[in-house]
Write a protein that binds this ligand. Sequence first.
Ligand SMILES: C[S@@+](CC[C@H](N)C(=O)[O-])C[C@H]1O[C@@H](n2cnc3c(N)ncnc32)[C@H](O)[C@@H]1O
Length: 286
Amino acid sequence: MTIRPDTFAYIRDTLHQRTAIHLMDNKEYLVETRLSVLAKKNGLRNVDALVDQLRVPGSSVLWNEIVDAMTTNETSFFRDVKPFEVLRDKVFPALMEKAQGTRKLKVWSAASASGQEAYSIAMLWDEIRRNHPHWDLDILATDISHKMLERCKNGAYSDLEVIRGLSQRRLADNFHRDGDRWLVDDRLKERVDFKYMNLIHAWPSLPKMDVVFIRNVLVYFDHPTKCSLFAKVRKILKPNGFLFLGGAESPLMIDDKFERVFDCGGSCYRLKSEAPHDRKNRSSYR
Ligand SMILES: C[S@@+](CC[C@H](N)C(=O)[O-])C[C@H]1O[C@@H](n2cnc3c(N)ncnc32)[C@H](O)[C@@H]1O
């Protein structure tokens, strides 16, 4: 069975309005598969009935649940490996050289899904901190899905999830067993602040960041949304800060104020600077 064209159009348009997620016209099956469970949960016979209900003013069907169901939350610990090596071996040392005065850095994991990205950064930092005990790192992790944020805060992962990306050493150092789950140690939890945030809204409450991870979410957005997102990243990134994108994402043809650095497949960028002095410094990051 397939959903009605007006059902698909309503979900496609409203989802885009609310999240900027861009559903192609051939994605009816995706809407049907993902929303069928929600329809059943609400005692409705199918997705058409769910959307009819959703369109009624004051409906009990919550958009939050539609967003939870329609977002793709695929992630893993140390996803793609290389970005985290670049973070540890290049980015943190470069930032620490410049922040001797405060000895404090701030990282934002935007679109953090179930939290593996933020906890990977926290684990790396713990390893670095063994040799730099007087340094501090704040990690902010945000997502639009309330269900994902709940998972992040619980910090509970299955065997399958920890196998994807964690070495035995890191698992033993940072997690403890609880029944059939692995729980992140409180030490790491305390380092990460998980918050709801819709990337397409304004970011007035964000402090300036040393590092921004916005990985594997731009792929769901259209060109104007990507343009506005890069413009907002420029505003909150410190002048010496770094931006990490997913392997299939780039500011190329979207925003020419960023340049790729550490040319080693790490998808790491920083803001271009026009000052000759900075240009000279920049060449050392290549
Ligand atoms: C594929 S996951 C990426 C997770 C992680 N960054 C990684 O690379 O492994 C994409 C995440 O983006 C979130 N997302 C989608 N649209 C968003 C929006 N408008 N604002 C904030 N988060 C959004 C989804 O909820 C989902 O958890």
